[in-house]
Design a protein around this ligand. Structure first.
Ligand SMILES: Cc1ncc(COP(=O)(O)O)c(C=O)c1O
Length: 394
């Protein structure tokens, strides 16, 4: 699509923009299922070998399918550039490890996705990088944690599964005042609802396994940011090799073509489900940033202009046993980990996601025994509500 037509809406751009990088006449682009590419002359070989992120040289360096999907990924976060990788954790580890060295310090949150917590608490210290974790609801605590050697402020908002928010604008300012990079995981809110780069963030990561692909059939990750920072993370990924393979990349591009449609329904369905649960006699409390009862609802309205997302959690009256009974009885809400697909998924975080943590760690992360997490899908909302109502009343 030509430059002067850039004022097209999100859906039009997601459907048409990747064609720029499709040299064939196929409307649905081919899958380049190859690990290597012909070098037409020795000179061309030398030139491609010296390029940053060549699209047709060797698939660990990049691929035509990844080039197409990276155009769409950059559209989503309105970034200069994007890098597609093999999983959300590949995106997070690459974004962080490419930007720290021994002796550096990272400020992060107390609550993050579980594998990210392991990266912060175990991997980084092993390589001589210190980490301070703070309560993300308290913006001042980020400022207090800054040290002369702080290199990254790393955040995630809303958090999993308690839906606490981090003030994006304030934390980006704190990072930059310290000469550090601000990096955030935007998986939960998703780019449709929240644009961290607009608030000053330098890099955004996504588990594209979730909303971006949207069909629970791909594991993928993405990093978005300036050309210079994406070149840096690409160099790290070239060496460490967390490749997004051609077929998965093709599926991700296909999933992205309906991203705007799906997100609008995720947002509307989750709000309706949250409102329903909030007045249910068997529910103690609902955590959803779109509800006026959420303690950070005002911040949510400011920094999530597109909507409040498809994720919510709620505490069932009666604790662990009752929560277990609810997940045993849902039919539309499938019992499975992960999120962001077209189907509604329900999980019991205390036993199914945070099982390897101590009671104390779970308490710090706000994961009570009766907490259930929902990834609200795009089914007819009355069916999701009836399913939850029936399971809660069993
Ligand atoms: C918020 C968040 N970030 C990152 C990840 C990791 O993504 P992946 O499983 O694609 O590596 C997850 C996975 O559930 C997640 O929920």
């Amino acid at each position: 699509m030509s430059e002067q037509k850039r004022d097209y809406g999100l859906q039009t751009r997601l459907i048409h923009d990747a064609h720029n990088a499709n040299d064939t006449t196929a409307v649905s682009p081919p899958i380049f299922q190859t690990s290597t590419f012909l070098l037409r002359t020795p000179e061309e070989g030398a030139e491609l070998a010296a390029e940053v992120a060549p699209g047709a040289y060797y698939t660990r360096y990049g691929s035509p399918n990844n080039k197409q999907v990276e155009i769409l990924l950059a559209e989503l976060e309105e970034s200069e550039a994007a890098l597609a990788l093999g999983s959300g954790m590949a995106a997070i580890t690459t974004a962080i490890l490419a930007n720290v060295q021994k002796g550096d310090h990272v400020v992060a949150q107390q609550t993050h996705y579980t594998a990210t917590l392991s990266l912060l608490a175990e991997t980084l210290p092993r390589y001589g990088v210190e980490v301070t974790q703070v309560d993300q609801r308290d913006t001042e605590s980020f400022a207090h944690a800054i040290r002369p050697n702080t290199r990254i402020v790393y955040t995630e908002t809303p958090t999993n599964p308690t839906m606490d928010l981090t003030d994006l604008r304030a934390t980006a300012e704190i990072a930059h005042a310290a000469g550090a990079l601000a990096i955030t995981d935007n998986t939960f809110a998703s780019a449709y609802n929240q644009h961290p780069l607009e608030f000053g963030y330098d890099l955004v990561t996504h588990s594209a396994t979730k909303y971006l692909n949207g069909h629970a059939d791909v594991t993928a990750g993405a990093i978005m940011g300036s050309r210079a920072l994406i070149d840096t993370v690409w160099e790290y990924s070239r060496v460490h090799g967390p490749v997004l393979h051609p077929f998965e990349s093709w599926l991700l591009r296909r999933g992205l073509q309906t991203y705007g449609l799906r997100m609008a329904v995720h947002n509307a369905n989750a709000l309706a489900v949250a409102q329903f649960l909030e007045q249910h006699s068997q529910v103690e409390r609902v955590y959803y940033p779109g509800l006026p009862s959420h303690p950070q609802h005002a911040l949510a309205k400011q920094q999530m202009p597109g909507g409040f997302g498809g994720m919510l959690s709620f505490e069932v009256k009666g604790g662990y046993q009752r929560a277990y009974e609810v997940v045993r009885h849902t039919e539309v809400c499938l019992l499975a980990v992960s999120l962001g697909g077209v189907e509604t998924l329900i999980t019991h975080p205390a036993s199914m996601i945070h099982a390897h943590q101590s009671d104390e760690q779970r308490e710090t992360a706000g994961i009570s025994p009766g907490l259930l997490r929902l990834s609200v899908g795009v089914e007819n909302v009355e069916d999701i509500i009836a399913d939850l109502d029936s399971a809660l009343n069993k």
